[in-house]
Design a protein around this ligand. Structure first.
Ligand code: ADP
Ligand code: ZN
Length: 820
C-alpha cells in the first residue's frame, strides 16, 4: 500500500515535498492534492508515489505531514508530462513547482480550491460552537472558498484553523455542507475592456485653458486615436483613471466597452483567406519540397525518435511541407505538435492548419484568455485534438500518441522563457520527442548555430531547400553607408536617398514596402546640449527613450515613465536634444515625406492594444496600407506577396550590445526581413542602411549566405569558447549596490570553480553585468563554461545551494540566449 507522495507546489525554488497519504486515499502521479506548506494549504501535483520514506526525505515518517485532500482521483497531468517537467527543473536548475506550473492548465491551482455551501437549514442545537460558526459563515447560500472560510471562522469563533477544519469535515460527513468545485464547464462570456474616446467637444477642447495640463495631455493623446484607447493603455501612458473620469464628467470623453478578441482568427479575415487559398490550391510541390517531404515522411514513418533540420530559404515553402507531413502523421494515427514563435504574427500558418484539420486543431498561445486556454487544454487532454499549434508553452500541451513535433523558425528568441523556468521550447521539444519516439522537425532559413552544428555533426538530419517556390529570386540587397548620407544631408537623416526613391517607386506602382528599425519610441535618448547629461532611468543603467505621441520618457526595461522635462534636470539648461531614431520617428518621417501614404506601425507599443497587430497585419494583407514600419516583429514569417521593398533603417542597432549573440541576431534579423520582399510575382529588393557596412553579419546577410556566416561566426565562438563550442551558464547576482553584488557573486563563483575543478568547468568573471542596474537592483554576473554539461550544471547547482541565504538574489540561466 503506497503511503507517501512527493509533491510539487507552485512556490519558486522549492524542491519536491514529501507528504503522507491518508489511509485508503489514492493519488496517482499527475493528480493534484491539497497540502499544508507552512501556514498555508496549497494545491500541489503528485510527482511520485512510494511505500516508504528514504534517506532523501530527511524527517522520520511520523514527522511527515499528511496530504489534506486529494483533488483528482485520476491524473490531471499525464505521467509523461510530469516526467518532462521534472527534467526541466533538473536541467534548468529551477524549482520543480516552477516547472510543473508551466505544464498545468489555467485555473488548476486556484480554482481547484474547494468552496463550500450550506445544504440548507440554519445552525441547529446539534451544532457545536465551531460548526455553528461555519454554518453562519455560509448563510444565505454563500459559497466561500476554503482559504477564506478557515481564517474567517477561526477568527469569529476564536479557535485555531485546525478546529475549523475538523468541524468542516464533520459537516461534510453529515451532509450539512457541500463542497463545490468550479473546475470544468465554466461558461465564459465575451470579455470586454473599458475604453475611452474623445467626443467632438473633446477634440475642440484640446487647447481649452480651463482644463488642467493632464486633462489637455489626455485629450491630445485621444485626439490621435479616433477609435479611442483602453483605460489600461491610457494608464500605461500616464493618463490616470481620475483624469479620464474628470473629462467624462465634462462631456469631453465617452467611455465604451470594447470586446477583447479571443479568437486569433477573428479579425484576420484576409490572412485566413490566404491560409485557405494556400490549402485549397493543392499546389504541386516544387522538386525541393517533394524531396524534403519524402525524407521527412520516411523519418516520421519509422516511428522512432529523430531530429531533422529543415533549412529552407525564406519563401521556399516550408509551411506546405509541414502541412503535408502533419497530414501523413495524422493519417498514421499519431498526433502533431507545432510550435510557432508568435501566433499573432504568423496567423497564416495556424490558419492553414486550421483549414486542413478543421476542429481537430487546437490553438494555444498567450493572447488567449485563461478561460479559452483552459478549455483548449482539456480538449487536448481528452484526446479530441490531433494537431496542436502554439507558442513556447504549448510544448507542454497534453497531447498523447505524439508522432511529430514541428518547431517553426526554430532560431527565434521567443522560444526561450526569460523567467523561471528558463527553458527553451525547442530544446524541451526535442527531449519530449525523444521520450515519445517522435520526429522533430526544426525549420528555419537562419538556423541557430547550435542546431546547424548538430546537423553538421550528423546528430540531426539536414534537409535543405535552397530555392524559393516558382523560382522566385531572393531579394537583391543594397547596402547604404549612412556616413555618406550624414556627410551630404546632415546628421538628422533618417531615410537615405536610395530608400526614399525606393519607397516612392513602390507607392507610384501600388506595391508595398516594409521598413524595419529594431528600436521603438521616437528617440533613443534625450540629452542636454549644455552639460551633456542624458535623461536616465532612476532604476536601471540605461537612458530613457522619448515617446512622442504619449509625450513621455520611458525605460524599456522597467517601464518607468516620466514627463519630458522642459529643462535639463542637471543644469537647468533648455537645450534638450533627441538622439537616436526609433520606429515612431520613422513613421513620422514617412508621413512627412510622402503625403497621403497609408502607413502603420507594429512594435511593442502598438501591440499593447489587444488585437491591434492582427488588425494592422490584416489591413496590410488587404493592401489597405502601403508601408508597414516596425521592430523585429515585422521580420517574422509573414507572407505578403505585394511587398517588393524592404528597408532597414539602422542595421547595426543590435551590434553594439555586449552579447556574444549580437552578430548572430543581426544576421538572422536582416536575412529574415529581406525575406519578406519579393514573395509574389514581382521580384523584391532590400535597402539596408548601416554605419558599419563591413561587418560580416551585415555583409553576409546581403548575400543571404548562411553557410558563410556560420563558418565565420563559429571562428569567434570557438576562439572564445562560447556556445555552441562550450555549454554556458549565466549566473547573475543582485544586490542593493554593486560592491555587495560583486562580493556575493565572487563567493558563488569561487565555489563553482572549486566544485568544477578537474571536470573542465571554467568560470569567467564575476564582473558588473552589462545592465549593471535593473529595476532598482545592482547586478554582478559570471559565466560558467564547459563541454561536460552534466558536470557544469552540477557544479553550478551545488555552488548555489551552498549559499541558501543568497538564493533569492541569484538567477541561474542555463543555455542563456541573452546575457545582458
Ligand atoms: P517559408 O515559410 O519557407 O518562408 P512559405 O511557407 O511562407 O515560405 O511559402 C511562401 C509562399 O509560397 C506562400 O505564399 C505559399 O503559399 C507559396 N507556396 C508554397 N508552396 C508552393 C508551391 N509548391 N507552389 C506554389 N506556391 C507555393
Ligand atoms: Zn528602468
Amino acid at each position: 500500500m503506497p503511503s507517501f507522495v512527493s509533491v510539487a507546489v507552485p512556490v519558486p525554488l522549492l524542491p519536491a515535498l514529501t507528504y503522507a497519504l491518508p489511509p485508503g486515499a489514492v493519488a496517482p502521479v499527475g493528480s493534484r492534492v491539497l497540502v499544508p506548506v507552512g501556514a498555508r494549504l496549497l494545491t500541489g501535483c503528485v510527482l511520485d508515489v512510494r511505500d516508504a520514506l528514504d534517506e532523501a526525505d530527511g524527517p522520520r515518517a511520523d514527522q511527515v505531514k499528511p496530504v489534506a485532500e486529494v483533488i483528482d482521483e485520476t491524473p490531471l497531468l499525464t505521467p509523461e508530462l510530469v516526467a518532462l517537467a521534472r527534467w526541466v527543473a533538473d536541467y534548468y536548475l529551477c524549482g520543480v513547482g516552477d516547472a510543473i506550473s508551466v505544464a498545468m492548465p489555467p485555473f488548476s491551482w486556484i480554482e481547484s480550491e474547494p468552496a463550500y455551501r450550506a445544504t440548507g437549514g440554519v445552525p441547529g442545537v446539534d451544532a457545536d460552537g465551531v460548526r455553528a460558526a461555519v454554518l453562519r459563515a455560509l448563510e444565505d447560500g454563500a459559497v466561500v472558498r476554503r482559504s477564506a472560510l478557515l481564517p474567517r471562522v477561526a477568527a469569529a469563533a476564536g479557535v485555531p484553523p485546525e478546529d475549523v477544519r475538523r468541524a468542516l469535515r464533520a459537516l461534510l460527513r453529515d451532509g450539512r455542507v457541500d463542497a463545490v468545485r468550479e473546475l470544468q464547464g465554466r461558461a465564459f462570456g465575451f470579455k470586454t475592456t473599458r475604453a475611452a474616446a474623445a467626443t467632438p467637444a473633446g477634440l475642440d477642447a484640446v487647447e481649452d485653458g480651463t482644463l488642467t495640463d493632464r486633462q489637455r495631455a489626455a485629450l491630445r493623446w485621444l485626439a490621435g486615436e479616433p477609435r479611442g484607447a483602453t483605460l489600461v493603455d491610457l494608464e500605461h501612458d500616464g493618463v490616470s483613471r481620475a483624469v479620464v473620469g474628470g473629462l467624462v464628467k465634462r462631456g469631453l470623453v465617452t467611455l465604451v466597452d470594447w470586446r477583447v478578441e479571443r479568437d486569433p482568427f477573428e479579425g484576420a479575415a484576409a490572412l485566413q483567406d490566404e491560409g485557405r487559398e494556400a490549402a485549397k490550391a493543392r499546389v504541386a510541390l516544387t522538386g525541393e519540397q517533394a524531396d524534403a517531404l519524402a525524407t521527412l515522411g520516411e523519418m516520421a514513418g519509422a516511428g522512432a525518435f529523430g531530429v531533422a533540420l529543415l533549412h529552407g530559404v525564406t519563401g521556399s515553402g516550408k509551411t506546405e511541407v509541414y502541412r503535408r507531413l502533419a497530414q501523413q502523421v495524422c493519417a498514421a494515427g499519431r498526433r502533431v505538435l507545432m510550435l510557432v514563435p508568435e501566433i499573432a504574427l504568423t496567423p497564416a500558418v495556424a490558419a492553414t492548419l486550421r483549414h486542413t484539420f478543421g476542429d481537430r486543431v487546437a490553438i494555444q498561445h498567450s493572447a488567449l484568455s485563461e478561460g479559452e486556454r483552459h478549455d483548449q487544454w482539456h480538449r487536448i487532454r481528452r484526446g479530441e485534438v490531433d494537431v496542436v499549434v502554439g507558442t513556447r508553452s504549448a510544448v507542454f500541451a497534453p497531447v498523447g500518441r505524439l508522432g511529430l513535433v514541428i518547431v517553426d523558425e526554430e532560431h527565434d528568441t521567443s522560444y526561450k522563457q526569460e523567467d523561471a523556468p528558463r527553458y527553451h521550447g525547442r530544446d524541451v521539444a526535442i527531449v519530449r520527442a525523444q521520450r515519445a519516439g517522435a520526429l522533430v522537425v526544426l525549420g528555419s532559413a537562419t538556423p541557430a548555430l547550435e542546431s546547424f552544428q548538430n546537423a553538421q555533426r550528423g546528430r540531426y538530419r539536414l534537409v535543405a531547400m535552397r530555392r524559393r517556390v516558382a523560382d522566385r529570386p531572393l531579394a537583391a540587397v543594397t547596402l547604404v553607408n549612412m556616413r555618406d548620407e550624414f556627410a551630404d544631408g546632415g546628421p538628422d537623416v533618417v531615410i537615405s536617398r536610395a530608400l526614399h526613391e525606393g519607397i516612392a517607386a513602390r507607392l507610384s506602382r501600388g506595391e508595398q514596402a516594409v521598413v524595419l528599425l529594431n528600436r521603438r519610441g521616437f528617440a533613443a535618448s534625450i540629452f542636454c546640449r549644455a552639460c551633456g547629461a542624458s535623461l536616465d532611468c532612476p532604476n536601471c543603467s540605461v537612458s530613457l527613450t522619448y515617446h512622442r505621441r504619449a509625450h513621455r520618457a520611458r525605460c524599456h526595461y522597467c517601464d518607468h515613465a516620466a514627463d519630458v522635462p522642459r529643462a535639463c534636470p542637471a543644469c537647468g539648461g533648455e537645450m534638450l536634444e533627441y538622439q537616436g531614431v526609433g520606429t515612431e520617428r520613422v513613421e513620422a518621417d514617412l508621413v512627412e515625406r510622402f503625403p497621403g501614404v497609408r502607413v502603420a506601425r507594429v512594435d511593442r507599443d502598438t501591440v499593447r492594444r489587444r488585437g491591434e497587430v492582427t488588425r494592422v497585419l490584416d489591413r496590410f494583407a488587404r493592401r489597405e496600407l502601403d508601408v508597414l514600419v516596425g521592430t523585429q516583429m515585422i521580420a517574422k514569417g509573414h507572407d505578403f506577396p505585394a511587398v517588393t521593398l524592404v528597408g532597414v533603417i539602422s542595421a547595426d542597432v543590435g551590434l553594439g550590445l555586449a552579447d556574444f549573440r549580437a552578430g548572430e541576431r543581426t544576421f538572422q534579423l536582416l536575412t529574415q526581413v529581406a525575406g519578406r520582399a519579393g514573395r509574389g510575382e514581382v521580384a523584391g529588393e532590400a535597402i539596408v542602411q548601416t554605419l558599419c557596412p563591413e561587418h560580416y553579419s551585415i555583409r553576409l546577410a546581403t548575400t543571404q549566405d548562411y553557410d558563410a556566416f556560420f563558418a565565420r561566426e563559429m571562428l569567434v565562438r570557438n576562439a572564445m569558447r562560447y556556445p555552441p563550442a562550450d555549454a554556458l551558464v549565466n549566473v547573475v547576482v543582485r544586490d542593493a549596490d554593486l560592491p555587495a553584488a560583486l562580493t556575493a557573486a565572487r563567493r558563488i563563483a569561487a565555489e563553482v570553480r572549486r566544485r568544477g575543478e578537474g571536470r573542465g568547468v571554467r568560470v569567467v568573471g564575476p564582473a558588473p553585468a552589462p545592465l549593471s542596474r535593473l529595476r532598482g537592483e545592482s547586478r554582478a554576473q559570471f559565466f560558467a563554461k564547459g563541454s561536460d554539461r552534466h558536470a557544469l550544471r552540477a557544479a553550478v547547482r551545488d555552488a548555489v545551494a551552498a549559499f541558501p541565504a543568497l538564493r533569492r538574489q541569484v538567477t541561474v540561466d542555463v543555455d542563456p540566449l541573452s546575457v545582458l
